[in-house]
Design a protein. Sequence first.
Length: 92
Amino acid sequence: MSVLEEWIDATCRELGLERGDIDQSLILDLARDVAHGVARPGAPLTAYLLGLAVGRGAPARDAAARLTEMAEGWKPEPEVPGPAGEPVLDDA
């Protein structure tokens, strides 16, 4: 058994979860897609948000598919510079 498998088993026991309810490849694929398509720190946060949604009744595969689709097409909105102190160009 790999270290990851041992960790998942121990975590499930600690949290009172059934090991069979964990779709490891679904979560790892989603995390990969978010890390590559959006930002690395987004991967664990997205996995957590998926878990919250599933806990509230959303089907895991459907929710993960929607999030993966979002991540694959993610184009962040450009930042709009706000007012910043002194002007760079002087009109005088």
